[in-house]
Design a protein around this ligand. Structure first.
Ligand SMILES: Nc1ncnc2c1ncn2[C@@H]1O[C@H](COP(=O)(O)OP(=O)(O)O)[C@@H](O)[C@H]1O
Ligand SMILES: CC(=O)N[C@@H](CCC(=O)OP(=O)(O)O)C(=O)O
Length: 308
C-alpha cells in the first residue's frame, strides 16, 4: 500500500468514527423539526448554495424534518442598485416603499426561493428528496400587520414614529400545509420566502429571521438555526459567546453590543425560545457543514440561545 492509499484508508476510518459518534445526536433529532434560516450573506456563490442544499438533504435522510426559510437582503440590494432605487435600513429592517416591495418580492419569491428549492431537489435526486419553494403568500401561510417602530430623537428626547412602509410583523402562521408536507411519507423539504400578506390583502416584506422565528414557534421546532456570515454573536470584548440566555441576549441589544442585522436575529431567537423552541443557534453559514457540526457533534457551532 503506498502513502496515498494509506491516507485514504485512514480518512475512511476517521469518517466511520465520526458517524458512530453522531448516533446519540441522530436519535435526539429523529423526526424533530429544525427550522433553518439561510441568510442572504451566507449564500455567496452557487457552490456554497449547492453545499448547503446537500447538507439539508443529508439532514432529511438522517431523519430530521428541515424547514428552510431564506433571506436575500444583499440580492435585493443588488437588484435595487441596478434599478437605481436607493435603500435604507432602520434597526436592520429595510424601509420598503411600493417599488422596493415589487423588487423584494421578485427577488425573494422568484429567483432566490426557486434556486434553493431546485438545488435541494438536485442534491436529493437519487433518494427522491425534493425542495418545494413557497412564500408566506402560499396557502395563507403568513399573515402580517404593518410594523410599528418609534425612535427617540437624541436632541429633544421626544419619541416619534418611523414609517418603514410595507414592512410587516407576523401575526398568524397557518402551518397546515407545512405540517402535511412534513408528515407525508414523501421526502419534501419546504423552502419559504419571507413575504407575508395583511388582512387587507396587501403584500409585505418581512425580515427573514422574524419569519423563521414565527414558523419555528408554530411548528414547535426542536432547534432553529440562523445561518449568517459571522461565526457567532460577539460580546463587548469582541469574543464569540458560546451560549447565552434570553436575558443576556436582550442586554446585548440594550447595551448596543449587537447592532444592525444582529438585532432582529437576537429578537427572533428570544421570541422563538419563549414560544417553546428548545434552543436557537446563530452560526456561520459560509462554513461547509456548519449545520452538521452543530446538530451532530459534541462541540456544536456558533452561539446557542436558550431560556435559562
Ligand atoms: N455583536 C455582534 N456579533 C456578531 N455580529 C454582529 C454583532 N452586531 C452586529 N453584527 C452584524 O450582524 C451581521 C449579521 O446580520 P445580517 O447582515 O442581517 O446577516 P444575514 O444576511 O445573514 O441575515 C454581521 O455580519 C455583523 O456585521
Ligand atoms: C423587512 C426586511 O428587512 N426584509 C428583508 C428580507 C430579506 C432578508 O431578511 O434577508 P437577509 O436574511 O439576507 O438579511 C430585506 O428586505 O432585506
Amino acid at each position: 500500500m503506498d502513502e496515498n492509499e494509506r491516507q485514504s484508508e485512514d480518512r475512511g476510518w476517521d469518517t466511520a468514527k465520526t458517524l458512530a459518534e453522531a448516533l446519540p445526536y441522530i436519535q435526539v433529532y429523529d423526526r424533530e423539526t429544525v427550522v433553518i434560516k439561510y441568510g442572504g450573506h451566507a449564500m455567496g456563490e452557487s457552490a456554497v448554495a449547492r453545499q448547503f442544499a446537500a447538507d439539508v438533504v443529508l439532514l432529511k435522510l438522517m431523519g430530521v424534518n428541515p424547514v428552510v426559510v431564506h433571506g436575500g437582503g444583499p440580492q435585493i440590494s443588488a437588484m435595487l442598485d441596478k434599478a437605481g432605487v436607493k435603500s435604507s435600513f432602520v434597526d436592520g429592517l429595510r424601509v420598503t416603499d411600493r417599488d422596493t416591495m415589487a423588487v423584494a418580492e421578485m427577488v425573494l419569491s422568484g429567483a432566490v426561493n426557486k434556486e434553493i428549492a431546485h438545488w435541494i431537489t438536485v442534491a436529493g435526486k437519487e433518494a427522491d428528496v425534493r425542495g418545494i419553494g413557497l412564500s408566506g403568500k402560499d396557502a395563507g401561510l403568513l399573515t402580517v400587520e404593518k410594523t410599528k417602530r418609534t425612535k427617540r430623537d437624541p436632541d429633544s428626547m421626544i419619541e416619534h414614529e418611523v414609517d418603514l412602509g410595507f414592512v410587516g410583523d407576523p401575526t398568524r402562521v397557518d402551518a397546515k400545509l407545512l405540517t402535511r408536507l412534513l408528515e407525508s411519507d414523501a421526502d419534501w423539504v419546504p423552502v419559504i420566502a419571507p413575504i407575508g400578506v395583511a388582512e387587507d390583502g396587501q403584500t409585505y416584506n418581512v425580515n427573514a429571521d422574524t419569519v423563521a422565528g414565527a414558523l419555528a414557534g408554530e411548528l414547535r421546532a426542536k432547534r432553529m438555526l440562523l445561518l449568517t456570515d459571522v461565526p457567532g454573536v460577539r460580546g463587548a470584548d469582541g469574543q464569540i459567546i458560546r451560549q447565552m440566555t434570553v436575558g443576556e441576549a436582550s442586554r446585548l441589544i440594550e447595551d448596543g453590543v449587537a447592532t444592525g442585522g444582529m438585532i432582529p436575529k437576537l429578537q427572533t431567537a428570544m421570541a422563538a425560545v419563549r414560544a417553546g423552541v428548545e434552543a436557537v443557534v446563530i452560526l456561520d453559514g459560509r462554513r461547509p457543514h456548519a449545520m452538521l457540526v452543530e446538530l451532530f457533534t459534541e462541540h456544536g457551532a456558533g452561539t446557542l440561545v436558550k431560556a435559562a
